[in-house]
Design a protein around this ligand. Structure first.
Ligand SMILES: [Zn+2]
Length: 130
């Protein structure tokens, strides 16, 4: 059975997979080698929900080298529906229309494409949920 092309090319849902501390239950995203809260190094796999709301944000006007073309962009702190908070770029919205508390959903955006190897990298961003 062949897998439909559109499906194969779809960015992986697994990008929202991270880890949960086995000791204290703290969730880090992206995953780290040790728990930020208790220092434990034992984790269980954990998939973050793809919905949340905006807790706070800043509009980035001067970006690090290599990201100048992206400015201005919105960097938000998003509280996901499970209570985890992550820092992530908010996309598909005019910075002037971003408001605290707005509902958001995860999207996967191509961040770079290696022409030679054909490797495409995706990053998670959040956009206003309809
Ligand atoms: Zn912990």
């Amino acid at each position: 059975m062949s897998v439909p092309r559109y499906w194969r090319n779809m960015p992986k849902r697994e990008r929202l997979e991270t880890q949960k501390c086995e000791k204290c239950g703290h969730v880090d995203f992206p995953p780290r080698g040790r728990c930020l809260k208790c220092g434990s190094e034992s984790f269980v796999p954990y998939t973050l929900p793809d919905r949340g709301k905006l807790m706070s944000f800043t509009i980035v006007r001067s970006a690090p080298k290599g990201f100048e073309k992206m400015t201005p962009y919105v960097l938000g702190i998003v509280e996901l529906s499970d209570g985890t908070t992550i820092t992530v770029q908010i996309t598909d919205v005019d910075p002037s229309e971003v408001t605290i508390g707005m509902p958001l959903e995860a999207v996967f955006r191509k961040i770079c494409e290696d022409g030679d190897s054909g490797i495409i990298e995706y990053a998670i961003k959040f956009r206003p949920a309809l």
